[in-house]
Design a protein around this ligand. Structure first.
Ligand code: ADP
Ligand code: MG
Length: 698
């Protein structure tokens, strides 16, 4: 059976070299097996036959039995149309062709029963069906078929080459005939029984040609489960092997730094979620395996303090730690914030960024190597080869989505035994997606905001209401608050955006002559940016006009208003990030989304989601649905999502189930050597050998 299914596609009856080439190029179908695994998008329910006198105006997908009794050609303005009179025992209708007349006349027979299928129109009391699908009733009865007709994905080229939906169906039926559809079991008995799965062969048959909706659903469930199960199995296994192979530094001590800070200098009570995550990290650090953990927490959930306390664990065991942030501004802010928190402890904290002076840089390099620096904070500059630690025990990356896997790997090499790695992100990725994308990372979630936060009030205002918005800004500033006004900055139109920003700045300056205004954008020198940020932080300026450079992490608790200009041009996650810059203090905060009147449906959904929702995870789910997972994560990771049948968004409960079973099985039987898991072992080995799984996981 294996052999038949591995036959190159051109050898299949009805394919040949020409069509074979097209199938390979257009659909990636190389073998019989690929064809069997080419799944329909949907099914047309053909359980029902209509009579002509039952037809409704403009119905699609109707199926009838009847005969052609007469052809005629009708001249019309452009070209001709061929019309056939079609009758059944209840009435008469017309079949219409606008092209292919010759073929129709030569091939379709008069007075013989046909099964026809298509969409109907109604005009002047007569129903017509343009370009119907037709099959002789006799053939219809002979063919292997079910009532639910599969509809396969198609392309223009396929249509042009005559590889129609019907042709694909026939080819698949041919493969099924030849192979006998004897697929071996791929899962274990426990899963099959507990999930009440139909057999693999039944599933394959019914996913193409189900008898009814129920069987289709069962077939799809089994195949989706299987697809997700083996991906999860691979991801979790990789993680386990990694833990077994990569020895980690063991931090057993909870010592001086951690305890003193916790008892004497912690500025607030930790939330339950923060405590839980710190425990998870502590247990990783003591486990003997290298930690690779992703910490997700909405903006303002308090990830920084978790980072600091984790770094203390490294320090207390005689190791150094580093914290890398994606921007200069953010690094400086972390440096200032953490230095402040540690001022009563004798922790030595340094900052290294692209704009660190050469002389300071030299000093830092030396002190890192002789161990005088405990914590190094900075940008990408930390990754440079010249930056060598005496003994780096923990590396933390803030805002993971700005960094790639390559950077993580570079940090690994900063110590002879790789340091523990903690990546933090405030771009909440729906948990299910995170599981697939970062399957090799363990995940912690801070799902609780510090107490006393007032939810940010978010409204949508049209540009025409700008004066009211300005009045509101004035009121807030009079109360002592500060205001952000953010303009889009999209790479492709950088010049135009820059102009918008400058125009905006000027009009704000005109409108608010009594206030000081800061401006920050990507084309400024880092030192100038910092200077402006700093003025805003020190409350010397009341309004900050900026592009999205302030998106990530910046913390000015006194700022209570976020105005986002051209809000329709931002993605949901980005809007949520920007909004997270306010609502950091005790005051009521506001986010105002400004747009013009012309809005696409997607923009409306985004705006509406923002005004009705404050939860980053829920927003991320909507974003995922709007944009699709590839876009959300950037192209580099979208390879993970080339699923054949499952949909990472819609099928996330199947994904959770699959992950649960994969993890359970590997816990009990890490090498899949148990006899009861032999089907899984074999199927997995086959997938690995065919490298099927590597299409998902790069
Ligand atoms: P993020 O997760 O976005 O990085 P931060 O770590 O910057 O969040 O924290 C946001 C703000 O909340 C900071 O001002 C921080 O001091 C404060 N904060 C963090 N944890 C708590 C807590 N448990 N109780 C009160 N305030 C907290
Ligand atoms: Mg942060």
């Amino acid at each position: 059976m294996q052999n038949v299914l591995h036959t190159p596609i051109e050898y299949l009856k009805g394919v040949g070299p020409n069509r074979g080439e097209t199938l390979r190029k257009e659909l990636g179908i190389h073998t019989y097996m690929d064809l069997i695994n080419f799944f329909p998008n949907r099914h047309i329910d053909k359980t029902r036959f209509y009579k002509i006198n039952e037809l409704q105006r403009n119905s699609s997908d109707v199926q009838l039995v009847g005969k052609i009794v007469h052809f005629k050609t009708v001249e019309q303005k452009r070209g001709k149309r061929l019309v056939a009179d079609f009758i059944d025992e209840t009435g008469r209708m017309e079949l219409v062709w606008f092209r292919g007349h010759k073929w129709v006349r030569e091939n379709l027979k008069l007075n013989v029963p046909y099964v026809i299928f298509g969409k109907t129109n109604w005009f002047n009391g007569v129903f017509s069906m343009p370009h119907p699908e037709m099959e002789l009733l006799a053939d219809y009865k002979k063919n292997l078929r079910t009532a639910m007709q599969p509809v396969y994905p198609s392309t223009e080229l396929l249509q042009k080459k005559g590889i129609t939906n019907r042709a694909i169906m026939k080819l698949i039926q041919e493969v099924m005939k030849q192979s006998g559809l004897r697929f071996g079991e791929t899962l274990n008995q426990e899963i099959v029984q507990e999930l009440n799965l139909i057999s693999k062969s039944e599933a394959i048959f019914n996913v193409h040609f189900p008898k009814n909706q129920e069987l289709l659903a069962k077939a799809q469930f089994r195949l989706k489960f299987e697809e997700l199960f083996f991906i999860q199995l691979q991801l979790i296994r990789k993680n386990l092997l990694h833990k077994r192979k990569i020895k980690g530094l063991i931090f057993e001590e909870i010592g001086e730094n951690f305890n003193r800070f916790y008892k004497e200098h912690l500025p607030f009570e930790l939330t339950g979620a923060q405590k839980r995550v710190i425990k998870e990290i502590r247990s990783d650090l003591g486990s003997g395996a290298q930690m690779n953990r992703l910490l997700q927490g909405d903006v303002g959930s308090g990830k920084t303090i978790v980072a600091l306390m984790s770094m203390f664990m490294a320090l207390d065991n005689g190791f150094q730690a580093c914290l890398m942030a994606p921007t200069e501004i953010l690094s400086v802010q972390h440096y200032n914030g953490l230095s402040e928190l540690c001022k009563e402890l004798n922790t030595s904290i340094y900052l290294l960024t692209g704009s660190t002076k050469t002389s300071d840089r030299k000093e830092i390099h030396e002190k890192l190597e002789n161990g005088e620096i405990d914590i190094l904070i900075g940008t990408h500059a930390l990754l440079e080869d010249k930056v060598k630690f005496q003994n780096l025990g923990l590396a933390i990356i803030d805002e993971q989505h700005r960094f790639g896997v390559a950077q993580r790997a570079k940090l690994w090499k900063k110590n002879s035994i790789p340091p523990h790695i903690l990546v933090m992100t405030a771009t909440p990725i729906p948990r299910t997606l995170a599981m697939s994308l970062y399957g090799d990372l363990d995940i912690s979630v801070i799902d609780e905001l510090p107490p006393g936060r007032k939810p940010i009030k978010t409204v949508h205002r049209f540009d025409s209401n700008r004066l009211k918005v300005f009045r509101f800004i004035k009121e807030e500033i009079m109360k002592g608050r500060q205001v952000y006004i953010v303009y889009p900055l999209i790479q492709e139109s950088e010049k135009m955006d820059y102009k918008d920003l400058m125009d905006g700045y000027e009009s704000i300056a005109r409108e608010f002559p009594d206030y000081q205004i800061s401006i920050v954008h990507g084309q400024m020198k880092p030192a100038d940016k910092d200077y402006e940020m700093d003025r805003f932080l020190r409350k010397e300026t009341q309004i900050m006009v900026a592009t999205t450079v302030i998106e990530v992490g910046v913390n000015v608790p006194n700022a209570s208003v976020m105005i986002i200009e051209s809000a329709e041009r931002f993605g949901l996650s980005q809007l949520h990030q920007l909004r997270g810059r306010v609502g950091r203090g005790a005051e009521q905060s506001y986010c105002i989304l400004m747009t013009g009147h012309k809005l696409s449906e997607d923009s409306k959904t985004r705006l509406q989601t923002m005004t009705s929702n404050n939860d980053g995870f829920q927003i991320a789910e909507v974003d995922l649905k709007l944009r699709g997972p590839g876009d959300l994560m950037g192209t580099q990771q979208s390879g993970v999502l080339n699923l054949k049948i499952a949909d990472i968004v819609k099928d996330n409960s199947i994904l959770s189930t699959a992950r649960w079973y994969a993890s359970k099985i590997l816990k009990e039987d890490p090498d899949l050597s148990d006899e009861k898991n032999r089907h899984i072992r074999n199927a997995f080995a086959r997938l690995m050998k065919d490298r099927t799984i590597w299409n998902y996981i790069s």
